[in-house]
Design a binder for this molecule. Structure first.
Ligand code: F6P
Length: 332
């Protein structure tokens, strides 16, 4: 790989996600292999504004792929949203001789990269968030680990719910999206899954499946609620207690889902995407987002990627309806 890029900065921004460290390692090692230098920017765009940098050599990224979190720390910078903050970040890049920047995060991170690209800095984004809510990519780094972490907790909860014949209402993360909730719901065999993309009809979609399950002899129930659902897990639990007279407990899984050692899928995707980001820069490309398209790794223009939209996996929703005894749909 021959390139006009000599010095790449790398930052992680927004909510952290397991696998971010594996991206950092991949970017650093691929860059060194291609004759480029790498610099870590700490605390996302905040560090870019304030020149909070550290050199990243071959050994400095050794043994980090298996660790959760991000060795570069992460932040959401309000200052960078203002033109003044952006100008400061651009002049810091110039002062420190950064020709290119790789940013790992979500849409907010990509909007920041777009603004730097417009100032002439070569940029590539990599989708990293447990929410899997980045429209241009079928997969985001951290999602698989978060699904597995949530699943492990839900399996434990099911043991105690079964012993006490209770209903468990579990709130999973996802910001405004229900991808994590659907995946976890399918995997744990939930009685009901509620997502923010769909307005819930409590009677048809919560009460009825629980009644059917009760009639079939079930005495414990697992309800998965995505955090973006209005009134959240407590609201749903309140109605279940009031309208179905079921002893109900709420568990908010929260930030537990964002931690832990990344799964093999996250480490592999992170490593491939990091490699691809440097390959694009080495080819003289800029303003790109690396994305997954099924099993393939592709790239898009950042501005176009930010315009894309992504719905919930229709297969997940269909299978959930079929397996949970809710509204009956013929299989087509
Ligand atoms: O985007 C990742 C995410 O964990 C969302 O699922 C959640 O809504 C949000 O970040 C929580 O952010 P914070 O770290 O600010 O609590």
């Amino acid at each position: 790989m021959e390139s006009a890029v000599h010095r790449i900065g790398i930052l992680t921004s927004g909510g952290d996600a397991p696998g971010m460290n594996a991206v950092i390692r991949s970017v650093v090692r691929t860059a060194l292999h291609s004759g480029m230098e790498c610099v870590g920017v700490r605390r996302g765009y905040h560090g870019l504004i304030n020149g909070d940098f550290l050199p990243l050599g071959f050994e400095s990224v050794s043994d980090i792929s298996r660790r959760g979190g991000t060795m570069l720390y992460s932040a959401r910078s309000k200052e960078f949203m203002e033109p003044e903050g952006q100008e400061k970040a651009i002049s810091t890049c110039k002062l420190l001789g950064l020709d290119a920047l790789v940013g790992i995060g979500g849409d907010g991170t990509f909007r920041g990269l777009l603004c730097l690209a417009q100032a002439g800095i070569s940029v590539v984004g990599i989708p990293g968030t447990i929410d899997n809510d980045i429209a241009c990519s079928t997969y985001t780094i951290g999602y698989d680990t978060a699904c597995n972490t949530a699943l492990e907790s839900i399996d434990r909860l099911r043991d105690t719910m079964k012993s006490h014949e209770r209903c468990s209402v579990v709130e999973v993360m996802g910001h405004h999206a229900g991808h994590l909730a659907v995946a976890v719901g399918v995997a744990c065999g939930a009685t009901v899954v509620l997502v923010p993309e769909h307005q819930t009809d409590f009677e048809a979609e919560v009460a009825e499946p629980i009644r059917r399950a009760r009639l079939a002899g079930r005495t414990h129930f697992m309800i998965i609620v995505a955090e973006g659902v209005p009134n959240g897990a407590y609201g749903v639990a309140h109605r279940i207690r009031e309208e179905l007279a079921l002893e109900t407990r709420v568990t908010i899984l929260g930030h537990v889902q964002r931690g832990g050692s990344p799964t093999s899928r996250d480490r592999m995707m992170a490593t491939y995407m990091g490699y691809e980001a440097v390959r694009l820069l080495a080819q003289g490309k800029s303003c790109r987002v690396v994305a997954a398209k099924g099993d393939d790794i592709v790239d898009y223009d950042i501005a176009q990627a930010l315009e894309m939209t992504k719905g919930l996996d229709p297969r997940g929703m269909e299978v959930l309806r079929a397996l949970t005894g809710g509204r009956q749909d013929p299989i087509s």
